[in-house]
Design a protein around this ligand. Structure first.
Ligand code: NDP
Length: 336
């Protein structure tokens, strides 16, 4: 495993980070979830990402159980707040002081830890003054319940405003967690440029495009059994944005590029996001331990310029690059 600094901080994280969205507490039985976490630890992954909203809090509980007994100082545990959880009361959502101060306590309890290394705003809350949110995060940090602060799917302007307030409050906002893959490059022009200037790293989600870039979904062929595209508990709905024949056809053209590089297609996809210097980690999911073992081999891989160019030309016009998508795909009003 290779490790990278997270933003302008002294914190090192594993460049392959394990995330449990849609799997723990949902698609995958608890025993298999524990096996995936065991495989991650055995392969040298030290950084784990979850959120209170995953499986409506169950994912945090499953991860907490799976990591029980591990040396806390050797792990980096990340979680998030914003989306509604619990009974959906009027204040059970967003980035108000009330919801942040209450949510961190629930997350710590479920994760069975006294602190998280990174506490992330899962989306931007258009209805809470940013000053209130950042003051609450600062208090969470001063209480020792989180060491660093991060955000997810914020625009470049929102990241800049957050970092400025964090500096005034003497806390460190050091990460942004956006979607990023060969197919979804919307952060490159604005979010990455601003983040690099401000000392903020990206921890990127769905680097394999939820499994699509592994090449296992072949147009015209039945869906692989047990795959996310068949998961009626939520996965199938989430992956459908990529399940188009034009995308799946072009993805098959990545196979010879992966072969030439001596990689599987999933490894190529993960290695690709790690070529970007502003990316601190590829945040990878898994439904089976074998996937973890395969995916970690992308750590430390260098792709040459020819391979990078071949990827661009294979995918062509199915690559999404519009920086406006960060805002467009985020909630315009607070979700209740
Ligand atoms: P990936 O793109 O890594 O997709 C993971 C899924 O792809 C697996 O669950 C598995 O699904 C399939 N897969 C993984 N490896 C292989 C392989 N080697 N061969 C074939 N199939 C494979 O990322 P996710 O979409 O799971 O997201 C990763 C993490 O990012 C999440 O757990 C979460 O922590 C974070 N995230 C953050 C978001 C945010 O808003 N901040 C939003 C979404 C995710 P299967 O076997 O079922 O087909």
């Amino acid at each position: 495993m290779e490790f990278r600094y997270l933003g302008n901080s002294g914190l090192k994280i594993s460049e392959i980070t394990y995330g449990n969205w849609l799997t723990h507490g949902s698609q995958v039985e608890n025993d298999m979830a524990a096996q995936c976490v065991r495989a991650a630890l055995d392969e040298g992954i030290s950084t784990f990402d979850t959120a209170d909203v995953y499986a409506n809090t169950k994912a945090e509980t499953v991860l907490g159980e799976a990591l029980k007994g591990e040396r806390r100082e050797s792990l980096e545990i990340f979680t998030k707040v914003y989306w509604p959880t619990g009974p959906g009361g009027k204040n059970d959502t967003g980035l108000s002081r009330k919801h942040i101060m209450e949510s961190i306590n629930g997350s710590l309890q479920r994760l069975q830890t006294d602190y998280v290394d990174l506490y992330q705003a899962h989306r931007y809350d258009t209805e809470t003054p940013l000053e209130e949110t950042m003051q609450a995060f600062a208090d969470v940090v001063r209480q020792g319940k989180a060491l660093y602060i991060g955000v997810s799917e914020w625009t470049a302007d929102q990241i800049r405003a957050g970092v400025e307030l964090a500096r005034e409050l003497n806390i460190q906002l050091i990460s942004s967690q956006p979607q990023y893959s060969m197919l979804w490059r919307v952060i490159e022009d604005e979010v990455v440029a601003t983040s690099a200037e401000l000392g903020v790293s990206q921890i990127v989600w769905s680097p394999i495009a939820q499994g699509v870039l592994s090449g296992k979904y072949v147009p015209g062929q039945p869906l692989p059994e047990g795959s996310r595209a068949t998961d009626e508990k939520g996965g199938a709905d989430m992956i459908k944005r990529f399940m188009r024949d034009d995308v799946l056809t072009k993805v098959q053209d990545l196979k010879p590029i992966a072969d030439d590089a001596g990689l599987t297609m999933a490894q190529l996809a993960i290695a690709w996001v790690l070529q970007n210097d502003n990316v601190a980690a590829a945040l990878v999911g898994a439904s089976r331990p074998e996937q973890v073992a395969e995916n970690v081999k992308a750590a430390g891989v260098k792709l040459d310029a020819d391979a990078m160019a071949a990827i661009d030309s294979a995918l062509g016009d199915v690559i999404e690059r519009d920086p406006g998508k960060t805002k467009e795909t985020s909630p315009q009003t607070r979700v209740v």
